[in-house]
Design a protein around this ligand. Structure first.
Ligand code: 13P
Length: 253
């Protein structure tokens, strides 16, 4: 019996037109009408989000955006706010994905403002943390993840922290086909939970779902998802294919 309801989330990144997105979620639904004790989420691009959300209104699949601006409105050309994302039908939002940190210069301070904007708009943030290959090899990774959590979650109250979803995504395992070893994954997940317990107490730390992301596929999902501190997966490439995504959901026991 699991302590926490697991989550399988698909991050579609900058893929799929609206028509393709509808076809994919239909494929998931027809292929898996009853997912069991698991929350399933898809993180769509902004443009397909409203249509997918409308289409999935009575479905078990929840909707996430992949990013948000930290203000609720204003002169920020090309951005979307938490208020607009909520209005479009999402209940979750990915914050601080490594691709945003790397290509869009998002700092932990910006990510903290985005986390606050998510809660202000009733969106549950999926905070991504993780180290680069260099940080893994130099052994700095625990300090880096500690900082990402400390600054990213600054000023967060205990009740809000309990609703949080964290995704550990080692940058060197994203889109590379190279998955972290089960032992490396469990070590970092445990570290994250211990640091949450230190900051918010054991009850909050026990409630937070910590997902693993980085080349998760049907061939490795079962091993990763049975680790004691792994509460699900954030899946990139394999979430674009209904049969693969279903296999990953089914690997939750
Ligand atoms: P891949 O599963 O394609 O490695 O992507 C992981 C990821 O970045 C999910 O957010």
């Amino acid at each position: 019996m699991r302590k926490r309801t697991p989550i399988i989330a698909g991050n579609w990144k900058m893929h799929l037109t609206s028509a393709e997105a509808i076809q994919l979620v239909d494929g998931i639904h027809y292929g898996l009408p009853f997912p069991g004790e698991v929350e399933v989420i898809v993180a769509t691009p902004f443009l397909s989000l409203p249509e997918v959300a409308r289409h999935l209104r009575d479905s078990y699949i929840g909707i996430a955006a992949q990013n948000l601006h930290f203000d609720d409105q204003g002169a920020f050309t090309g951005e979307c706010s938490g208020k607009q994302i909520k209005d479009a039908g999402a209940d979750y939002v990915i914050v601080g994905h490594s691709e945003r940190r790397q290509y869009f210069a998002e700092t932990d301070e910006i990510i903290n403002k985005k986390i606050k904007a998510a809660y202000r708009n009733n969106l549950i943030p999926i905070l991504c943390v993780g180290e680069t290959l260099e940080e893994r090899e130099t052994g700095e990774f625990s300090a880096i993840i500690g900082r990402q959590l400390a600054v990213g979650l600054l000023d967060l109250t205990g009740p809000d922290a309990a609703k949080l979803i964290i995704a550990y995504e080692p940058v060197w395992a994203i889109g590379t086909g190279r998955t972290a070893l089960a032992e490396q994954v469990e070590d970092v997940h445990r570290l994250i939970r211990v640091s949450l317990a230190f900051k918010y107490g054991g009850m909050v730390a026990d409630a937070v779902r910590i997902l693993y992301g980085g080349s998760v596929k049907p061939a490795n999902s079962r091993e990763l998802l049975t680790l004691p501190n792994v509460d699900g997966a954030l899946v990139g490439g394999a979430s674009l294919n209904a049969p693969d995504f279903i296999e990953i959901i089914k690997s939750i026991d």
